[in-house]
Design a protein around this ligand. Structure first.
Ligand SMILES: NC(=O)C1=CN([C@@H]2O[C@H](COP(=O)(O)OP(=O)(O)OC[C@H]3O[C@@H](n4cnc5c(N)ncnc54)[C@H](OP(=O)(O)O)[C@@H]3O)[C@@H](O)[C@H]2O)C=CC1
Ligand SMILES: O=C(O)CCC(=O)C(=O)O
Length: 448
C-alpha cells in the first residue's frame, strides 16, 4: 500500500488531513526516491502519525445559567526539532481532521523558520460569535484548566488562530498562571505588559507581504501599483492590507464568512482603521463597511457555493487570508482569467490541490501558507526567546528579524526546489526543505 492510501485507510473521513498529506507526499516523492534510508526508516509515515492526540471535555456555564459542553483538542504532532508549537482555533467547524492537517502543516512551517520549534495545533468547536465577554472568559478558563496539564514553556507552547486573539490568550494565560503558580512564556501572542512581543499581532500579515515582495523582487518587480484581492477580515487579513498599502499596492476586497466587499477605490489607512474597530472591538460583520463607504459593493456568499465571487475581479495579486479551501479549481481559473500573476497564502491550505494545479499550469507564482504565513509563528519563536532571556526587543528589532526570517524561507524554498529540478516551484521547495530538516533530526534521534 502506498503512503497516502495508508493514511486514508487509517484516518477515515479526515478529508482535510488527507488533502494536506497528498500535497506534501507529491512534493517529497523526489526526495524519498533519492534517499532510500528515508523510506527504510519510514520517516514520512512517522511524520504523518501524531506523537500524541489529546481530546477533552470542556464544561462551562452560559449567561442564562445553562451548562454547555464543548470538545477541546491538542494535537502534539512532532517534537523532533523543538517543543510543540502552534495555534488554537475556536470555531464550530473544528474537528480532528482540521486540527491534524493544521498540526501536520505546522511541523513543516516551523521547520522552515529556522527556529527550534516542533509542530502542534489545538482548539475547540466552541463558537465565539454572539457570546458575551463573560461567556468567552468562562469558556477560555474551562478550556485552559484542562489544557494546562499538557503544555509547558519547554514542552508545548500554544498561540492564537481563528477565533483566538489577544483577549482569549489573556484569559487562558491567566488560568494557566494561577493553576501552575509560575510566570513562564507558555503561550505566545501575550500582551506587551505581560511577556508578549511587539509585532506579534502584525507578524503573520506583515510576513506574508514580505514574502510576496521577495517573490516579486526575484522577478525584478514589486507590489507598487499592484491591485490586490484579500479575503478574510481578521488578524491576518488586516495586517496584510496594512503592509500592502505601505508598499504602494491597492487592496480592493475583504470578506467574512457571510460575504465580501469590493471597493474599487482601495481600502486605505482610514478605511482599514474602520475595519479594525468593526472586527476587533464591535465584532460586527463586514457588510457594515458599505454603510460607511457607500461606493463599495457588498455581496453575500453562500457557504458551499460552487465558486466564490471574491476571486472573480481584475487584479494582479491574491492573498487568501480567511480559511482552508477557499479557492477551488473554478476560483483559480477565474483568478487566471482576471490577470492574477501571484497568489500567496495567508491562511492555512486555502487553495485546493486541484486549484494549485491550475495556478501552476498557467504560470501563476504560488506560495503555500507553510512558507508565506510563517512570519506569525516565526515571531512567536522570537517571543519565546525574549521570555527565555527575560528581556524584550524593540518593534524595529523584531520587525528586522521577521524580515530576515521571511527572506531566509524564500531562499530555502527556491534552493530546495532547484536542487530537485523543480525551479521556481515554491510549494515543492517548502515541502522538501521543511521535510528534510525534520527527517534528519528524527533519523539522528533513532526510532523513538
Ligand atoms: N493568526 C495567526 O497568527 C495565523 C493565522 N493563520 C491562518 O490565517 C487564517 C486566518 O486566521 P486569523 O486571521 O488569525 O483568524 P481571525 O479569527 O482573526 O479571522 C478569520 C477570518 O476568516 C473568516 N473565516 C473564518 N472561517 C471562515 C469560513 N469557514 N468561511 C469563510 N470565512 C471564514 C472570518 O470570518 P467570520 O468573522 O465571519 O468568522 C474572519 O474574517 C486561518 O487559516 C489561520 O489558520 C496562519 C498563520 C498564523
Ligand atoms: O504562533 C504560533 O505559535 C502559531 C501560529 C499558527 O497557528 C500558524 O502558523 O498557523
Amino acid at each position: 500500500m502506498d503512503i497516502l492510501q495508508d493514511v486514508i485507510a487509517k484516518n477515515p473521513g479526515e478529508v482535510e488531513f488527507h488533502q494536506a498529506a497528498a500535497e506534501v507526499l507529491d512534493s517529497v516523492k523526489v526526495v524519498l526516491d533519492k534517499n532510500a534510508e528515508y523510506r527504510k526508516l519510514k520517516l514520512m509515515e512517522r511524520m504523518l502519525e501524531p506523537e500524541r492526540v489529546i481530546m477533552f471535555r470542556v464544561n462551562w456555564v452560559d449567561d442564562k445559567g445553562e451548562v454547555q459542553v464543548n470538545r477541546g483538542y491538542r494535537i502534539q504532532m512532532n517534537s523532533a526539532i523543538g517543543p510543540y508549537k502552534g495555534g488554537l482555533r475556536f470555531h464550530p467547524s473544528v474537528n480532528l481532521s482540521i486540527l491534524k492537517f493544521l498540526a501536520f502543516e505546522q511541523t513543516f512551517k516551523n521547520s522552515l523558520t529556522g527556529i527550534a520549534m516542533g509542530g502542534g495545533k489545538g482548539g475547540s468547536d466552541f463558537n465565539p460569535k454572539g457570546k458575551s465577554e463573560a461567556e468567552v472568559m468562562r469558556f477560555c478558563q474551562a478550556f485552559a484548566t484542562e489544557l494546562s496539564r499538557h503544555i509547558g514553556h519547554r514542552l508545548d507552547v500554544p498561540a492564537g488562530d481563528i477565533g483566538v486573539g489577544g483577549r482569549e490568550i489573556g484569559y487562558m494565560y491567566g488560568t494557566y498562571r494561577k493553576i501552575k503558580n509560575e510566570f513562564t512564556g507558555v503561550f505566545t501572542g501575550k500582551g506587551i505588559e505581560w511577556g508578549g512581543s511587539l509585532i506579534r499581532p502584525e507578524a503573520t500579515g506583515y510576513g506574508l507581504i514580505y514574502f510576496a515582495q521577495n517573490m516579486l523582487h526575484e522577478a525584478g518587480d514589486s507590489l507598487k501599483g499592484k491591485t490586490c484581492l484579500v479575503s478574510g477580515s481578521g488578524n491576518v487579513a488586516q495586517y496584510c492590507v496594512e503592509k500592502i498599502n505601505h508598499f504602494g499596492g491597492k487592496v480592493v476586497t475583504l470578506s467574512d464568512s457571510s460575504g465580501y466587499i469590493y471597493d474599487e477605490e482601495g481600502i486605505d489607512a482610514a478605511k482599514l482603521a474602520f475595519v479594525m474597530e468593526l472586527k476587533n472591538v464591535r465584532r460586527g460583520r463586514i457588510e457594515e463597511y458599505v454603510a460607511k463607504y457607500p461606493k463599495a459593493v457588498y455581496t453575500a456568499v453562500k457557504e458551499g457555493a460552487a465558486s466564490n465571487p471574491i476571486w472573480n475581479h481584475k487584479a494582479d495579486c491574491a492573498f487568501p487570508c480567511a480559511t482552508q479551501n477557499e479557492i477551488n479549481e473554478k476560483d483559480a481559473q477565474h483568478l487566471v482569467n482576471n490577470g492574477v500573476k501571484l497568489v500567496a497564502e495567508g491562511a492555512n491550505m486555502p487553495t485546493t490541490n486541484e486549484a494549485i494545479e491550475v495556478l501552476h499550469a498557467n504560470g501563476v507564482k504560488y506560495a503555500p501558507g507553510k512558507a508565506s504565513n510563517a512570519g506569525g509563528v516565526g515571531t512567536s519563536g522570537i517571543e519565546m526567546m525574549q521570555n527565555y532571556m527575560g528581556m524584550s526587543w524593540t518593534a524595529e528589532e523584531v520587525d528586522a528579524k521577521l524580515q530576515g526570517i521571511m527572506k531566509n524561507i524564500h531562499q530555502k524554498c527556491l534552493h530546495a526546489a532547484e536542487q530537485y529540478g523543480l525551479k521556481g516551484n515554491y510549494m515543492a521547495g517548502a515541502n522538501i526543505a521543511g521535510f528534510v530538516k525534520v527527517a534528519d533530526a528524527m533519523k539522528a534521534q533513532g526510532i523513538v
